[in-house]
Write a protein that binds this ligand. Structure first.
Ligand code: PXG
Length: 290
């Protein structure tokens, strides 16, 4: 595997960052997880833009331009003959011991083009089970959720461990005041009487790129879709429920905290959206080959 580090492609065994890297020491950085389908990178520019917005908030100067980053991602995919896979872009503040970022000037940019397993195929056909975890998402006033920051993910990892302990496919996280926020690495949607709802960003969610794609597809199918504050009552009483994320794509959720959602089978609108999503990723996207 060839890894991109700060402008160079190097073999995996030589791809090393400093033990003084602020990403390692403090989780001081941001990342993107991107997928490629059939030789095309899905929503490449949206991911590049989100990384730049994260970097702008963190006041980390991305060492390349937007076009330069898109090109670096494509170059890394090409060097690894990637057609279908997962691309992980990591940006950190750079090397420096001690919290104060004042004298840290050389950010670290790493791009890995690899594979990431989806949920088992069975979960796409039969739906997954969610459990509400005790751990809450950080309030937006404390940790801006729109930054896809490295450090924030300890919370998501702990939440995933809680879901694993419960034997569920995913953990559902609430805001500190008990509104439905998101899953540990996915956004959540429900369908009620033909209308689609998802929590607004200010609840403390990541504004997912797959979430935006699902909303676009719903509009195309003339399913009314809106952001709304949701409680567990809304989820338990929904006709259909599904999760969206780069890793998960669109995956039905059929059981939440022991309650069957709707019929307990992936719903008709969820299935249509999954089919439309598969068509979208096959036709859209930036070609990897020149
Ligand atoms: N919420 C959270 C907390 C996430 O981390 C999403 C929602 C969905 O966003 P996108 O833009 O992917 O639709 C995410 C995304 C990984 C990995 O490395 C994590 C994500 C995406 C891809 C890979 O496990 N999280």
């Amino acid at each position: 595997m060839q890894i991109y580090i700060n402008g160079e492609l190097v073999p995996e065994a030589e791809a090393k960052v400093s033990v003084f890297d602020h990403g390692l020491l403090y989780g001081d950085g941001a990342f993107e997880g991107i997928r490629a389908y059939g030789g095309r990178i899905f929503r490449l520019h949206e991911h590049v833009d989100r990384l730049f917005r994260s970097a702008q908030h963190l006041a980390i100067q991305v060492p390349v331009t937007r076009d330069g980053l898109a090109e670096a991602i494509l170059r890394t995919a090409r060097a690894n003959n990637l057609t279908d896979g997962y691309i992980r872009v990591t940006l950190t503040r750079g090397v420096g011991l001690g919290l104060d970022p004042k004298n840290i000037t050389n950010p670290t940019l790493v791009i890995i083009a690899s594979q990431l397993a989806l949920y088992p195929r069975e979960m796409y056909e039969n739906g997954l089970e969610l459990v509400t975890v005790a751990l809450r998402v950080p309030p937006a006033q404390a940790l801006e959720p729109r930054i896809k920051s490295l450090g924030k993910y300890v919370n998501n990892i702990l939440a995933k461990m809680e879901a694993n302990r419960a034997g569920a496919g995913e953990g559902l996280m609430l805001s500190s005041d008990g509104y439905v926020a998101e899953a540990t690495g996915d956004n959540i949607f429900i369908l009620c009487k033909g209308e689609m709802f998802t929590p607004p960003a200010h609840v403390g969610i990541l504004e997912g790129i797959t979430r935006a794609a699902a909303m676009e597809l719903a509009r195309r199918l003339e399913i009314p879709v809106s952001e709304r504050m949701l409680t567990l009552y809304d989820i338990y009483n929904a006709d259909e429920c599904f999760l969206t994320g780069t890793a998960a794509e669109i995956v039905p959720a059929v059981k939440v905290d022991g309650r069957l959602i709707g019929t307990g089978r992936p719903g008709p609108l969820t299935k249509r959206l999954m089919a439309e999503f598969r068509a979208l990723v096959a036709e859209e996207g930036v070609p990897i080959s020149r």
